[in-house]
Structures are given as structure tokens and as C-alpha cells.
Ligand binder design. Structure first.
Ligand code: ATP
Length: 537
């Protein structure tokens, strides 16, 4: 028996009627990871002829759900159905055989091969369809879905939009019945996104079911026939075609914002920290722009000022330029425009080390590969950004005793749980690595600390401790720029919150304690909508 759609299927009549309809369904599925319920008792049916949009904040469970449909993981509880039959998708090839193709956010193509080679990749050489057959089929796809691809072009030389078309073409050549597009528009131009939206409609008209994951509300409304919202793993709400048709775009967006970002009635909101902001400006950024990378968004025309003792939060769905902004401030990413001032001094052209010495510190979200060298002892990691500098190096000679003492002090001050300072940092837990990195950034005369997702991936106790430390840092008079995808965290800690979307700042709001209304206002901007001051809970 093939590993696919476990042929241990039940007959349609064995299943409740609501499970029969639709090409694919998940029924009461739950998936747990250590410390988190990623998907919590979710039931959904994906129908032929429909673009079904999945929405939800970072961490809501969308990828985990898609992982179940694409055979990357199986549910701990609940089951899947295909055409009304109970089914198992135990591997990616089982999912493909069942007619489900997934186009992931990051291209799965081989950039050095041609379009034709990529289209036939994976098929054993003796089964590869001849070029003439593919060319003929591509002509059909061009007519039907406006998929126009130069078969002999090398994939790496094509635009991201064209590369995505290859993946869609590959799914169609396989006769897929379900096409999953995971954040497929995030790196496309508005024009490219619109073309994809139109193409999705053509695809569903030809009988496919499309599952479309996006973070942008306008796209969800314009291109979706049905919208489901996930929140903390559970299904927060679903809007079917009739309901959507009866709503204006504005009404639909308001409802989705409420489902995505609203709080359940009766949920206690987190208490806001008392502001410790002073008058003096410690960091000023004006008109800052940076280039992105191949599939990373750049930053456009960002201006903000940070006062001593102030925490300015930066909200946004992951990947909207936040990391690039932090890197540009830290001097790790070149600017194409704008300038940066630290306590009135222009540091636009200063190197990473110079900025650090002047007191501008940066805590990366990538603790293990960018922030530390995991095989090196904690001691070496505490001076990683001070190599060659006194007091740890004197006239080019390393002072191991001095470094070890510095590391022992840091371990004691930040309560790092480790046998001793010689333990490789990679052996510590996430929370303890974070403490070492924070200790490193705060040593010497720090004036401004830029945090990128400081509590991401930590357990609850370490999250609390980290937030308290951030609050203490501001209280000591340092300026803090706090980048986070967690709105609760930002609302609990920040004086003001800047919202980034599409590499730009959509708006900067005072965290004035207006709770739910402010939450929805920020959520709207995160999802690509204009600021809407009147948003009501
Ligand atoms: N392999 C894993 N191991 C541990 N935890 C995981 C794993 N995969 C996901 N999680 C956790 O499960 C939760 C749901 O994650 P998931 O990636 O499904 O969310 P998402 O809605 O796709 O988010 P995003 O928009 O950021 O991609 C998160 O808390 C995440 O940290």
C-alpha cells in the first residue's frame, strides 16, 4: 500500500454529513509542541471552487495546519478527510499523491536549473515527460491561467513572481486538486499580488480548491471566497461566501480585525508599565531607507525619535522590515538614505564597533547563529563584540583571566544557570542564552538598546523576567526600541508604538491606556489597512 491517503479509508456513509462535503477537511485536529498547543481542536472544510483564506497573527497556528495538509506533520488528535473519506497524510509524498500541492513562502526551486528542469524535478528520468509534451501543456496553462514561462531560462535569474508561477505550473502539471499558497504575496509587488489574486480565481473556476495564507486584510477580502481566522491555535471565526458578499470591504475588515486582534470579553488585559520617559532625545532616525535581500523586505523612509527612559515598541507581522531596521540602526546594514543620531551626534557612517562604544546596543532575535558562537564557551561569547579591545585585550594580547572574571560577574548578575563560564553557550537553554547576550549588551556605557523579539521562544517564567529587565533598563534612563510580534508585550511595556508594514512605518501611536480600541487600531495597521482612529472594540 502506498503511504498516501491511507487506504484505510472509511466509506462516505460512515462519516457525519458535514464531513462529506468539500475536497479536503480537518476535523477536530489538535497539534501540541512542548509548552504550546499550536492547533487546538480545529475543524474546517476546503471546497472546490473556493479560495479559502487563512488569517491569523504570527504563531496563530496557520503553518502547523498547512503542515498537516502537506504531510509534514500529523495531528495528535482529530483526523483529515479527502473527498469525504477519512484519510492519513503521513508524508509529503502522500500529500502530493492525494493531489495537494503547497507553494511555500520561500521558493523550493533549484535556482541554478532551468524552468523546464525544475518543472520535471523529482520525476525519475525514465518517467520524465518529453519536452514537447510539457511545452504543449504550458501553452494551455498560458491560455487558461496566464502562466507564461520561458522554459530554458535559469530560475535564479527570474523575478520572485515568475518563480512562483513555476511552482503553480508544477502543481498544475501534477493535476493537483488542492493548491496551498503560504504567504505567497508577501514578497510580490502590488501588481504581482493582484495578478496572483486573479490567477487564484481562475484556478478555482477550473475546479481547484485554493488555500491562501496572507496577513493582508484587503487581499483576504478581495481574493477570498471564504475566510477563516485562527487565534492562538483555535478557530476564532469563519466567514462564508454569502456572508462576505453581503458585507462591504470596510465591514468585513472591521469584523476580521476584531476576530484577529480583539480580546475575548472578560479576558484581563495586561497592566501597563508606568512611563519613565525623560525629555532628552537619545536616538533619532530620519528618512532611513535600506535595501532588502533576495527575499527580505527593505525599509523605506523611516523616521522616529526615542527619549531617555522611553520604550518605543515596533509592532508588525514578522518580515515587514523590522529586522532590517534594527540592523540598519546597529550599523550592520548599509543605508541608502537617511541618517541616525545618537545623543545629538551623527553616527550614520559609524561602524558597528564604533556605535557600540558610543552606547548603541543591539540584541538580535537570532540568538544562536548571529548572536553567539554556540561551540565557544560563555566567557568568549561575553566579549565577542569587544575582540581586540581593552580591558580584555591589551596591545593585541588576549587576557583570559580578565575575560573569565568578566563572564563570572555577568553570570552572577544575570542569574545565568550554567555549571561555569567555560560551558559552551550552545548547551544553555534559550532563556539563559538570552541572559548572557543581554549582559553582554548592557556592559559598559549603554545609552540605547534595540531589542528584536527578546522573548520569542522563551518559556513563561523567562518571558516575565525578560520583560521586567527591559522595564528596569528604561527606568535607569536608557532608551529602548522594542521590536516584537506580540501585541500584548508591546502594549504592556511601551510608551509609544510604531507600526511597521511593507517596510514603512504606518503610524506611531501613544500607548494611552485606551486598551481594546488601541489594540484594534494597531492590528489594522499591521494587516496593511490605513490607520482608523475611530476603531471601536
Ligand atoms: N516544530 C515546532 N516545535 C515547537 N513549537 C512549534 C513548532 N512549530 C510551531 N510551533 C509553535 O506553534 C505555534 C503555532 O505556530 P505556527 O508556525 O503554526 O503559527 P503561524 O500562524 O503559521 O505563524 P506565522 O504567521 O508566524 O508563520 C507557535 O507558538 C510556534 O512557536
Amino acid at each position: 500500500m502506498s503511504a498516501s491517503v491511507a487506504h484505510a479509508t472509511e466509506t462516505m456513509t460512515d462519516l457525519p454529513s458535514q464531513e462529506r462535503a468539500g475536497v479536503i477537511g480537518v476535523h477536530g485536529v489538535t497539534k501540541r509542541f512542548p509548552g504550546v498547543i499550536a492547533v487546538d481542536n480545529v475543524s474546517l472544510t476546503f471546497h472546490r471552487g473556493e479560495v479559502h483564506v487563512l488569517l491569523g497573527e504570527n504563531g496563530a497556528g496557520k503553518s502547523t495546519l498547512v503542515g498537516m495538509l502537506s504531510g509534514l506533520q500529523e495531528p495528535d488528535e482529530g483526523h483529515l478527510t479527502l473527498n469525504g473519506h477519512k484519510a492519513r497524510l503521513a508524508s509529503p509524498s502522500a500529500s502530493l499523491e492525494a493531489g495537494i500541492s503547497t507553494v511555500f513562502q520561500h521558493s523550493m526551486l533549484v535556482p541554478t536549473l532551468t524552468v523546464l528542469e525544475n518543472l520535471t524535478l523529482g520525476a525519475p528520468w525514465h518517467e520524465r515527460p518529453p519536452r514537447a509534451r510539457i511545452a504543449a501543456r504550458m501553452e494551455e496553462l498560458k491560455r487558461e491561467f496566464a502562466l507564461s514561462l520561458p522554459l530554458d531560462a535559469v530560475v535564479g535569474e527570474l523575478s520572485l513572481g515568475q518563480q512562483q508561477q513555476i511552482e503553480i505550473a508544477r502543481a498544475l502539471l501534477r493535476d493537483s486538486k488542492v493548491l496551498i499558497l503560504d504567504e505567497a504575496t508577501s514578497m510580490l509587488t502590488p501588481q504581482g499580488a493582484q495578478e496572483l489574486g486573479e490567477r487564484m480565481q481562475q484556478l478555482v473556476r477550473s475546479g481547484l480548491a485554493v488555500i491562501f495564507i496572507t496577513h493582508k486584510l484587503a487581499e483576504a477580502y478581495r481574493y477570498g471566497n471564504r475566510i477563516s481566522v485562527l487565534k492562538q491555535g483555535a478557530l476564532a471565526g469563519e466567514m462564508g461566501p454569502e456572508e462576505l458578499k453581503a458585507m462591504s470591504e470596510e465591514q468585513a475588515v472591521d469584523e476580521i480585525v476584531r476576530l484577529m486582534f480583539g480580546r475575548e470579553a472578560g479576558t484581563a488585559s495586561v497592566e501597563n508599565r508606568k512611563s519613565t520617559a525623560r525629555d532628552s532625545i537619545v536616538l533619532k532616525v530620519e528618512g532611513l531607507s535600506t535595501q532588502g535581500d533576495a527575499d527580505v523586505m527593505g525599509v523605506r523612509d523611516v523616521s522616529l525619535a526615542l527619549r531617555a527612559g522611553e520604550i518605543v515598541g515596533v509592532a508588525g507581522i514578522d518580515g515587514n522590515g523590522q529586522k532590517q531596521l534594527a540592523e540598519a540602526m546597529a550599523g550592520q546594514r548599509p543605508l541608502i538614505a537617511g541618517h541616525v543620531e545618537l545623543e545629538g551626534e551623527d553616527i550614520t557612517r559609524a561602524s558597528v564597533a564604533q556605535r557600540r562604544r558610543k552606547g548603541l546596543r543591539y540584541l538580535t532575535d537570532d540568538r544562536l547563529s548571529e548572536g553567539s558562537v554556540s561551540a565557544f564557551p560563555i566567557s568568549e561569547n561575553t566579549v565577542l563584540k569587544d575582540i581586540g579591545q581593552p580591558p580584555f585585550w591589551v596591545r593585541g594580547v588576549e587576557r583570559p583571566q580578565r575575560i573569565a572574571q568578566h563572564a563570572r560577574d555577568l553570570i552572577a548578575r544575570f542569574s545565568v544557570r550554567t555549571p561555569n563560564e567555560m560551558t559552551p553557550i550552545g548547551r544553555l537553554s534559550g532563556g539563559n542564552i538570552q541572559k548572557v547576550l543581554l549582559g553582554r549588551e548592557l556592559s559598559g556605557e549603554a545609552r540605547v538598546v534595540v531589542f528584536n523579539k527578546p522573548t520569542y521562544g522563551l518559556d513563561l517564567k523567562n518571558i516575565e523576567t525578560s520583560r521586567q529587565r527591559i522595564s528596569d533598563i528604561a527606568e535607569r534612563g536608557l532608551g529602548v526600541l522594542l521590536i516584537s510580534t506580540d501585541l500584548d508585550e508591546l502594549m504592556a511595556l511601551s510608551d509609544r508604538i510604531a507600526v511597521m508594514e511593507g517596510g514603512r512605518i504606518r503610524g506611531i501611536v501613544e500607548n494611552d491606556g485606551s486598551g481594546e480600541a488601541l489594540r484594534l487600531r494597531i492590528g489594522r495597521m499591521m494587516a496593511g489597512e490605513e490607520d482608523h482612529k475611530q476603531a471601536t472594540p
